[in-house]
Design a protein around this ligand. Structure first.
Ligand SMILES: C[S@@+](CC[C@H](N)C(=O)[O-])C[C@H]1O[C@@H](n2cnc3c(N)ncnc32)[C@H](O)[C@@H]1O
Ligand SMILES: [Zn+2]
Ligand SMILES: [Zn+2]
Ligand SMILES: [Zn+2]
Ligand SMILES: [Zn+2]
Ligand SMILES: [Zn+2]
Length: 1019
C-alpha cells in the first residue's frame, strides 16, 4: 500500500445527492447483470461503484494538508470514467464477506480489482458465479437452440414444442375445434370447506368476481350528426374488447362511451357506414365527419359465480349485474371473503377463518383448487400471421425482395381483440380441463424418471405460517402437476447440455423462472400481469393463484424464454457496461470491461481461514437482523438447482441450505438479537484480520427504528474498528424529502470505518477518557462539519435536514468509537454505546434545531428530559406510527417509558403512547425522591439483589414541583432541597410556560416561589 496517501476521497465526504438521484431509477430497474437471477433485497449498484471509487481514489491535499477538492467531487469526477487501466484501482484486493447477489463483486471487477466474494448461501454463490463467468454470447445462444430442439424423454417432440403444447387453448373467435391459441395465464381459485358441521359445502375463495380491468384507448370521431334524426354520437373506428366473443360483451345502458364522453352514445364500424345509435338508420361517412380523436373506454372482465362464464362489461361497473348467459343477478365486487383470511359460506351464512378450514382437513391435504379463467393469445386475431409478398423493389442481384405484411385477411375477421394484440380472456372449457388432466396423468406416469425436489419443507420462521400451517409439507407442493411436468422436463433437458458453463447459464434462467411458475403467484391489477412468489419476502399463500406458461409465448411474465433473454442481456452488459445517468447507455466498447480475478467462496465469513491474502478494502452489505430470511427463502431455488449442481459442487450436496451459521435473528431457530450481534462481531473481526493497516472498511446498513443499528455499531467497535463517517442513502428524491410529512424515511447508511489500534486491557485502564470532555470535542467537531456542509463539502445541491442530521451523528460517533471501551462518566463507569448514542442524537438535535431552542442553561440535561421538553411537553398522546417523528428519533420509546415520561396508550389497543402529566407522575416521583427507609431497602435488597435505585432525570424535579403546585401542596421545602438546580429549574419553568398554556398556573406558582426563595431561608 502506498504510504504517502494519507486520505481517501470517501474519508472526506460522499456525493449523497447525486448518488440518491441515480439510485432511484436503478432500484426500479436493476442493470441487466443484476437481473440474471432474483436475490432478496438487492442494492443499487451505483452506491457501491461510488463507495469503491471513494475508497480507492486518494484525496489530493495541498502542502498544508488541506484537501484541494472535496471527496464528493472526486467521486463524481471518476464515476463515468473508464478505469480499465487505472493504477489506483487495478489489482486492489476487495473483500465482501456478505456478497449476496454480488453487487460489490461485479462493481469491483469492473474497476479491475481482485475480488474475494463470500457468502454462506450456495444459491448466492451460484448467482454471483453465473453473473461474472465469462461466456461467448454466440455459444450461449447456440446452447439455447440446442435446448429448445432437444427431444423430451417421454414424447416425440422437442422441449420447446412439448412445453408449449401444455398451454394451448381454443381461440373463441377463430379457433373452433382447434386448440391453437397460447395460454398466457390460467386463473385458479382455492375453495374452503365450510366449517359448519351441518354444511361442509365447498366455498370458492373469490374476493370478488372481477378478473381484469382495463381502459384501452381507441380512435373515434366525436359528435357525428345523424342526417335522419339530427342527433349526434361517437363513431368509433377502433374496437375495444378484452374478450373475443361479441355475444358476451355487455354494454352499460349509461356512461359507456368512454372517459370524458359521459352521456354520449356511440357506434362502432370500420366501414364507411354505421348504424345511428338513436334511430338505428344507416349513416354514411361523408366529408362532414369530424377528425378522429382518442378516448379511453373502461372495460371489466367478469366471472359469473353461477355458471362460470367469463364476460365483459363496458362502462362504469354498477353494484349489481346480470350474467348474459344464465341471466342470474349478482354483486361483482363482493365475493366470499368478508375480510382478509376469512370466508363467508354463501349457503349457510357461516363465517370462519380460512385457516380453520385447512386445519379440519387431513394433514396431507391442501384446499381443493380449480381453474376458472384463461387469458390467451391468438396470433391470427392479433394479425401476427405474416405473408411474404414480393415487393416492387428490385435488388442489385435482380431478385425481388420479399416484404412482410400483416395478415391481409384480418380485415374481414369478426373479432374485436386485434387492438388488444390478440389477447383475450375466456372461460375454462371441458377441452381445457382435459388438456390439464392429460398433463397430470403424464406427470404421474413420468415423475419417477424426472428430476424434481422431494425434500420436506423444514420448520422455519417463514415456512411455518406461510407453508406448513397451510399444509404445504413438501417443496414440490408449491407447484401444480402441469408445472412440475414442464419444469422437471426442462431441467432434465438442461442437464444434457455438455458444456458446464453454458449449462449453468441455462440453469440460472430456469431457477429464476421458478419465481413465476408456482402456485404462489397472483394476477396484479391494474397492470394485469403475473407477480411472482417473492413480490414479498415470504411465502404468502394465495387464495386465487395464477399459473403462467412455463416456456412462454409472445406475452406474459415470468416465462423461461423471457428469463433466458435476461441472461443474454446480462452477458451483453458485461461486454459493454454502463452506469445509470450516462448519456448513451452503450458507452465505449471497452469501458470497465469485466475480467474475472479473485475468488468466490461459499463458506461462513465467521471463519474465513485464509490469511495469505491482505485485503486493501472490505466493502459489504451485512444482513439486517431478521429482515430477510435468506436461507429459508432461497431454499425454494436451492432444492431445484441442487438436482444438477450437487454432481459438480460439494456445497450443493446437502438436501437443504446451510442455516446454523447464518447471521440473522430467527426465533424458530433460537437465534436472538445477541446472536446476530455476536455473528457480526465475528465476521468484522475476520475483516479486521484480513485488512491492511491503512485499509478502509465500508458497508451499508439499513437504518430504521429499533435496536439493530445499535447492535451493528457495537459490533464495529467490538471488532476494533473506529467509525469515521456515516452517509445516508435513501430512495426518496431530495424534493419529496423536504416536503415529507409524517412518514418516516427509510435510509441505508454507508459506514466508513478504519482499524483502531488494538489496546491491551492495561492501556484501556490508563487511557481512560472522560465523557464530559469528549462531549465538548464532539460538539466542536459537529459545528465544524456544519460549516463544511454549508461551504459545499457534499456538493452544491442542498442536503435535506434529515441527511445533515445523520452525517453529524456519524461525525460524533467517530470520537466515541475511537476511544471505545475507555470512556467513563463522572462516576468512573463506562459509558455504554446506547447512552452515548442517545446523547449524541440529542446534541446534534440541539445544534441543528432552529425552532424554539432550549435555553442555554439546559444544554447538558439528559436526553429523556430533552425529548420531553422539546418534543412532548405540549402533547397528551402520540400515535405509535409517529413516535419517532415526534421524538425526532433521539430516543426509542422504551427509554421514555422507562423514565416514566410516557406509557403505552390504553386507547386504540396500544397503537399510541400517552404522555404522562405531572400530577399522574406524583406518586412515582415521591417514591423516587423519598426512597424507602434503609432497613426496608435491605430487606427487599436480599430478596431482589438486582434492584438498584432508579435513575433521576432532570425533568423529574420539574414534574414533582409542578405536581405539588397543582395539588396545592407545599413546594417550598422541595425548592430548598433542589437548591443547586435553581437556575436550571427556573429556565425550564419559563420554557414550559411558553410551550404549554395548560401548565401556566402551576408554573407561575413555582416561579414566584423560586424568586422569593431566599426569604424562606431565614425561617
Ligand atoms: C444483505 S445480503 C447482501 C446483499 C447484497 N449486497 C446484494 O446487493 O445482493 C446479506 C448476505 O449475507 C449472507 N450471510 C448471512 N450469514 C452469513 C455468514 N455467516 N457468512 C457469510 N454470509 C452470510 C446472506 O446469505 C446474504 O446473502
Ligand atoms: Zn383467433
Ligand atoms: Zn339517427
Ligand atoms: Zn351465469
Ligand atoms: Zn356453509
Ligand atoms: Zn379474431
Amino acid at each position: 500500500m502506498d504510504t504517502s496517501i494519507t486520505k481517501y476521497a470517501i474519508e472526506d465526504s460522499f456525493p449523497i445527492v447525486e448518488i440518491n438521484r441515480l439510485a432511484i431509477p436503478e432500484r426500479n430497474a436493476f442493470k441487466p447483470i443484476y437481473q440474471m437471477h432474483k436475490w432478496f433485497a438487492r442494492r443499487a449498484s451505483c452506491v457501491f461503484r461510488a463507495i469503491l471509487l471513494g475508497c480507492m481514489k486518494p484525496l489530493p491535499l495541498d502542502d498544508k494538508g488541506n484537501p484541494l477538492k472535496s471527496g464528493a467531487e472526486i467521486i463524481m469526477e471518476e464515476f463515468y470514467k473508464d478505469h480499465t487501466n487505472d493504477p489506483d484501482t487495478k489489482g486492489k484486493v476487495i473483500l465482501d464477506p456478505f456478497m449476496g447477489g454480488g453487487t460489490t463483486v461485479v462493481e469491483a471487477l469492473r474497476l479491475g480489482c481482485k475480488v474475494i466474494g463470500i457468502d454462506l448461501n450456495p444459491v448466492a454463490w451460484f448467482i454471483v458465479k453465473t453473473e461474472v463467468e465469462p461466456v461467448d454470447i454466440d455459444e450461449l445462444k447456440a446452447s439455447f437452440r440446442r435446448l429448445s430442439e432437444r427431444k423430451v424423454t417421454w414424447g416425440e417432440k422437442s422441449v420447446k414444442e412439448t412445453l408449449l403444447e401444455q398451454y394451448k387453448t381454443e381461440c373463441p373467435c377463430c379457433g373452433a375445434g382447434r386448440e391453437e391459441a397460447d395460454i398466457i395465464y390460467t386463473f385458479w381459485v382455492k375453495s374452503a370447506i365450510c366449517t359448519n358441521p351441518l354444511c361442509k359445502k365447498e366455498i370458492p375463495l373469490f374476493s370478488d368476481y372481477i378478473i381484469a380491468n382495463k381502459s384501452p384507448s381507441i380512435r373515434y370521431s366525436p359528435d357525428v350528426e345523424c342526417p335522419e334524426c339530427g342527433k349526434s354520437f361517437d363513431w368509433e373506428i377502433e374496437s375495444a374488447s378484452l374478450i373475443a366473443e361479441p355475444g358476451l360483451c355487455v354494454v352499460s345502458s349509461t356512461y359507456s362511451a368512454g372517459i370524458g364522453r359521459t352521456t354520449a352514445r356511440w357506434a362502432f364500424s370500420t366501414d364507411n357506414e354505421v348504424e345511428c345509435p338513436w334511430c338505428h338508420k344507416q349513416v354514411k361517412a361523408k366529408a362532414k365527419i369530424p377528425k378522429p380523436k382518442r378516448k379511453k373506454v373502461p372495460l371489466t372482465v367478469l366471472l359469473c359465480p353461477h355458471c362460470y362464464n367469463v364476460w365483459q362489461w363496458r362502462g362504469d361497473l354498477p353494484e349489481e349485474v346480470n350474467c348474459p348467459v344464465c341471466k342470474k343477478r349478482y354483486i361483482p365486487k363482493t365475493g366470499n371473503i368478508p375480510k382478509s383470511g376469512w370466508f363467508l359460506c354463501p349457503s349457510c351464512g357461516h363465517t370462519d377463518r380460512i385457516i380453520n378450514s385447512i386445519r379440519s382437513l387431513p394433514e396431507d391435504k391442501l384446499l381443493p383448487m380449480r381453474p376458472y379463467a384463461i387469458e390467451g393469445y391468438c396470433k391470427v386475431c392479433a394479425g401476427d400471421v405474416y405473408e411474404d409478398i414480393d415487393s416492387q423493389q428490385i435488388n442489385l442481384d435482380g431478385t425481388h425482395s420479399k416484404r412482410r405484411t400483416k395478415n391481409p385477411k384480418l380485415a374481414d375477421h369478426p373479432c374485436l381483440i386485434t387492438k388488444n394484440n390478440g389477447k383475450f380472456f375466456k372461460r375454462v372449457t371441458p377441452a381445457d380441463l382435459a388438456r390439464y388432466q392429460r398433463a397430470c396423468e403424464i406427470w404421474q406416469k413420468e415423475k419417477g424418471n424426472l428430476p424434481y425436489p422431494k425434500q420436506k419443507i423444514p420448520w422455519g420462521e417463514k415456512t411455518k405460517s406461510g407453508l406448513i400451517a397451510h399444509h404445504y409439507l413438501y417443496w414440490h407442493q408449491m407447484f401444480n402437476p402441469r408445472q412440475l411436468l414442464c419444469l422437471s422436463t426442462l431441467l432434465k433437458a438442461i442437464d444434457e447440455e455438455q458444456d458446464q458453463a453454458l449449462k449453468e447459464m441455462l440453469l440460472c434462467a430456469f431457477s429464476n423462472s421458478l419465481n413465476d411458475n408456482n402456485m404462489f403467484c397472483r394476477f396484479a391489477q391494474p397492470r394485469n400481469h403475473l407477480v411472482g412468489v417473492f413480490a414479498r419476502h415470504d411465502f404468502q399463500p394465495k387464495a386465487d393463484p395464477l399459473e403462467g406458461n412455463v416456456w412462454g409465448g409472445k406475452f406474459g411474465h415470468g416465462q423461461f424464454s423471457n428469463y433466458w433473454n435476461s441472461i443474454i442481456k446480462g452477458k451483453q452488459f458485461i461486454e459493454k457496461p454502463y452506469d445509470t445517468g450516462q448519456v448513451s447507455q452503450i458507452h465505449g466498447t471497452s469501458r470497465d470491461k469485466i475480467e474475472c480475478e479473485g475468488e468466490l467462496k461459499c463458506i461462513s465469513s465467521t471463519r474465513i481461514y485464509s490469511d495469505d491474502e491482505k485485503t486493501n478494502f472490505v466493502i459489504t452489505d451485512p444482513p439486517y437482523a431478521g429482515n430477510v430470511n435468506y436461507s429459508e427463502l432461497s431454499e425454494f431455488f436451492y432444492v431445484w438447482i441442487r438436482l444438477i449442481l450437487a454432481k459438480t459442487y460439494k456445497i450443493f450436496a446437502p438436501e437443504l441450505t446451510p442455516k446454523s451459521e447464518e447471521i440473522i435473528e430467527n426465533p424458530t431457530r433460537g437465534k436472538t438479537s445477541k446472536d446476530f450481534e455476536n455473528g457480526l462481531i465475528q465476521v468484522f473481526k475476520e475483516c479486521y484480520r484480513m485488512l491492511h493497516m491503512n485499509g478502509l472498511f465500508a458497508f451499508t446498513f439499513h437504518h430504521a427504528e429499533g435496536a439493530a443499528w445499535e447492535a451493528l455499531l457495537r459490533a464495529i467497535c467490538n471488532a476494533n474498528f473506529a467509525i469515521q463517517s456515516v452517509f445516508p442513502i435513501h430512495s426518496e428524491s431530495e424534493n419529496s424529502l423536504h416536503l415529507m410529512g409524517k412518514k418516516s424515511i427509510s435510509y441505508d447508511l454507508i459506514h466508513i470505518c478504519k482499524k483502531r489500534q488494538e489496546m491491551s486491557n492495561q492501556q484501556q485502564v490508563t487511557n481512560k477518557r472522560s465523557w464530559a470532555g469528549i462531549r465538548q470535542e464532539i460538539r466542536r467537531k459537529a459545528r465544524e462539519e456544519i460549516k463544511a456542509i454549508e461551504a459545499g463539502r457534499y456538493g452544491n445541491d442542498p442536503l435535506s435536514p434529515a441527511d445533515v442530521n445523520i452525517i453529524l451523528i456519524g461525525k460524533c460517533l467517530e470520537l466515541y468509537s475511537r476511544y471505545y471501551g475507555a470512556i467513563v462518566d463522572h462516576e468512573g463507569n463506562e459509558v455504554k454505546l446506547k447512552d452515548a448514542l442517545e446523547e449524541i442524537r440529542m446534541m446534534v438535535d440541539q445544534l441543528v434545531t432552529t425552532e424554539q431552542p432550549l435555553p442555554s442553561e439546559l444544554a447538558d440535561i439528559d436526553p429523556e428530559s430533552y425529548v420531553y421538553l422539546t418534543c412532548l411537553c405540549d402533547r397528551k398522546e402520540v400515535k405509535s406510527d409517529d413516535v419517532h417523528k415526534a421524538t425526532r428519533g433521539i430516543l426509542e420509546p422504551d427509554s421514555l417509558i422507562k423514565a416514566g415520561i410516557m406509557i403505552k396508550g390504553r386507547a386504540g389497543r396500544g397503537r399510541s403512547y400517552e404522555v404522562k402529566q405531572p400530577l399522574e407522575r406524583f406518586h412515582a416521583l415521591l417514591e423516587k425522591f423519598n426512597p424507602p427507609k434503609q432497613e426496608q431497602q435491605s430487606l427487599f435488597g436480599e430478596l431482589n439483589p438486582q434492584k438498584t435505585k432508579s435513575k433521576v432525570y432532570f425533568i423529574d424535579y420539574v414534574h414533582l414541583l409542578m405536581a405539588l403546585a397543582e395539588g396545592g401542596e407545599n413546594v417550598v421545602p422541595w425548592l430548598e432541597r433542589f437548591r443547586g438546580e435553581t437556575p436550571r429549574l427556573r429556565a425550564a419553568c419559563e420554557y414550559l410556560m411558553s410551550r404549554n398554556k395548560g401548565f401556566t398556573s402551576s408554573l407561575k406558582k413555582i416561579l414566584g416561589l423560586i424568586d422569593i426563595g431566599p426569604l424562606f431561608n431565614t425561617r
